[in-house]
Design a protein around this ligand. Structure first.
Ligand code: BG6
Length: 499
């Protein structure tokens, strides 16, 4: 099999946190799928690194199980797995001990007699507090060269200051063009299609601004609760967990200026300008422009579920219950010419009524209703972009209802179903695309250092406002659309959430 030349720039992939949850659910199944597609060269080594003492056979059994229970399980077959397993090895490491990364050197088996300009990809699927020590350890081991790459998962820090410290620690061993910061939302087909919709068509661009658009809504609703991650979640909350990364990235794709090309710098330059233009929400502004919520007991998928305080692992320090938000709604504004005065409503939450992520662009109403005398009301046109679980784009238009006696009007949707339009090819895990881009060295869909720091700056302002005003999370029943205050957030401006 001939491998694309730029897929051959790296000789090995080292996965730190190789036995962790993300590795199990996403990374091994994605690497396996790429191998099944013939995209990994035969000598490309995969090295799992973690703290557990495991034999090679025990580790491979874990990798096999993770593929057989993943979204890619239908791809599993013994022969393909045997080929995949051939390239895998496992090393036990101790990140905190001096020399604790040493086993990697032997596993990488660099042949010093044959000069090899190719690099190694280091994927840190570990807690961010370890990023600094791992990077320094790798540098000191002398196994990083100019062709090496490092992939890090969110969250990068917990505020601007810690994000900077983490980025600086990464920068001690890797140049910025070697760093791939993953936001897995950018790997979703439907999210990438946002750029195609905006920049591969000419009909939307003239209308894509404050003259024609009344409001924008971005919702990422989940039905799951904290999913056994109470301790992590409680120190994080929905604003840091979802808005700082996924929702702000979606906002950037909707609001950015057209980049000159699809190169990493061109795309990321335009995204960061949106983040810089976000109007700060600070001090008492948080009371009018944000709503925090926390789920109480209720129903999810027809089953009774407990509230946040009664989740497994919940900690009630000194009898006090946590005020962590599991829901957040924000009215954001972008202070620039294109978007002046257009509200961008952002909303995300756990234990919501249904799992759905969508973007709604609502256009301004028609300036004059010539049908008013015959009792017809006009609804504004809406472009609905459903990202998950279904991928669908609908443009709603006013239309005459068939009939001869009177002119009655109704809303009709022009629907584009991606599944119907392009057939039902296998749905890819977002990480397959992201890993392939790392192999190719294409960082357009990865988050640059200045983007991370600009988004934290805006988030820090909100958190500071909550702290100084004592802003509390409001309870909402599991299985609802969040606290009623979230409805008031939009209705105050004459808008309603799309549900
Ligand atoms: C992660 C968050 O980044 O995204 C999780 O940490 C959240 O809390 C998840 O559940 C949602 O991702 P997806 O792809 O299921 O929408």
């Amino acid at each position: 099999m001939n491998i694309e030349p730029n897929l051959n720039q790296c000789r090995a992939f080292v996965l730190f946190g190789a036995t962790g949850d993300l590795a199990k659910r996403m990374l091994w199944p994605s690497l396996y799928a790429l191998d099944c597609d013939g995209l990994l060269s035969t000598e490309f080594q995969l090295i799992g690194a973690a703290t557990s003492q495991l034999s090679a056979a025990e580790f491979l059994a874990k990798v096999k199980e993770s593929i057989q229970t993943s979204a890619n399980k239908e791809l599993y077959n013994d022969a393909a797995f045997a080929g995949f397993a051939n390239r895998i090895s496992y090393v036990t490491i101790d990140i905190k001990a001096p020399g604790g990364l040493e086993p990697l050197r032997a596993a990488l088996a660099v042949n010093t007699n044959i000069p090899d300009e190719r690099g190694t990809i280091f994927y840190l699927s570990t807690g961010p507090q370890l990023f600094g020590s791992i990077c320094l350890g790798l540098r000191d081991l002398g196994i990083v060269n100019k062709a090496s790459r490092i992939v890090v998962e969110k969250p990068i820090g917990t505020n601007t200051e810690t994000a900077r410290t983490t980025n600086e620690a990464i920068g001690t061993a890797f140049d910025e063009n070697q760093v791939f910061r993953i936001d897995h939302y950018l790997g979703k087909e439907s999210v990438q299609n946002l750029m195609a919709l905006r920049f591969a068509n000419s009909i939307f661009e003239p209308l894509w601004n404050a003259n024609a658009i009344e409001q924008v809504q971005i919702t990422v609703a989940e039905t799951v609760g904290v999913d056994g991650r109470w301790a992590f979640y409680d120190s994080t909350g929905a604003l840091r967990d979802m808005v700082q990364s996924h929702l702000l990235q979606l906002l950037c794709l909707v609001a950015m200026e057209p980049p000159a090309s699809f190169t990493p710098s061109a795309v990321r330059n335009e995204k960061v300008k949106v983040l810089w233009s976000l109007k700060p929400i600070t001090g008492t502004d948080v009371n009018v422009n944000t709503v925090r919520g926390q789920y109480a007991a209720g129903f999810s998928g027809g089953k009774a579920v407990v509230g946040y305080h009664d989740e497994t692992g919940a900690n009630k320090t000194g009898g006090l219950e946590s005020d962590c938000e599991t829901f957040i709604a924000i009215k954001a504004e972008i202070d620039n010419w294109r978007w002046a005065g257009v509200p961008f409503y952002l909303r995300t939450g756990k234990r919501m009524q249904e799992r759905m992520s969508e973007i709604v662009i609502q256009f301004k109403p028609a300036p004059h209703n010539i049908f008013a005398d015959i009792g017809a009301t006009l609804q504004p046109n809406t472009l609905l972009i459903k990202l998950q679980p279904d991928e669908l784009i609908t443009l709603t238009l006013m239309h005459k209802k068939p009939g001869v006696n009177e002119t009655r009007l109704g809303e009709v949707g022009l629907n584009l179903s991606v599944g119907e339009a392009f057939g039902t090819s296998r749905r890819r895990i977002a990480y397959e695309r992201m890993l392939l881009d790392v192999l190719r060295g294409n960082s357009a869909l990865f988050v640059r250092r200045d983007e991370v720091e600009a988004s934290w700056k805006w988030i820090d302002g909100i958190i500071d406002g909550w702290r100084t005003t004592g802003h509390q999370a409001k309870p909402y029943s599991a299985g609802s659309w969040g606290p009623t205050a979230a409805i008031a957030l939009t209705e105050r401006h004459g808008h309603s959430w799309h549900e």
